[in-house]
Design a binder for this molecule. Sequence first.
Ligand SMILES: [Fe+2]
Ligand SMILES: [Fe+2]
Length: 179
Amino acid sequence: MSKTAKTSKKKKTNAKKPSAPTAMLKKQHREVKAIFGKLEKGKGDPTALLKELADNLAAHMKIEQDIYYPAIAKVDEDLIMESFEEHSLAELGLKRLLATDRKDEAFESRVTAVKELIEHHVEEEEEDLFPKVDRKVDAEVLADLGARMEALFAKTKAAGFEATVPKGYAKTSADVSRA
Ligand SMILES: [Fe+2]
Ligand SMILES: [Fe+2]
């Protein structure tokens, strides 16, 4: 009896509308996925697509690192720590890709490697982290986070990748956010 009651309650919770941060972050994930798709299919100007990809990702990672992750860290501290590391690797891979001539035979492989790294990270966020956060964090807190994240995303995206991430390979923006 109690098991049935628990299951139906869970279903009801899952059917809830996603919070503002979940909706926004998922939408940004889809945008990044679309850019990767164009790059892989050779559609459009690769230089412009890479800039769009880098600016989007720098802004997306910044709002997660500076606002979202710290605010919701208690929901799953290990997963958040892992997320900071995955952001670091994605950023380093992206820098390597940005420094690669598109005529270089490694260009396509580097696009795919960064894409796969990001896909893995996105899957963990969407399947594991975001649902946990939406279940455990207060709706008002999430609404406030969403508003702050939206403003910082616009500002950071306008500033661009180069202005947002540290120079060189020794330190990533995730290291700066955690310091
Ligand atoms: Fe992330
Ligand atoms: Fe994300």
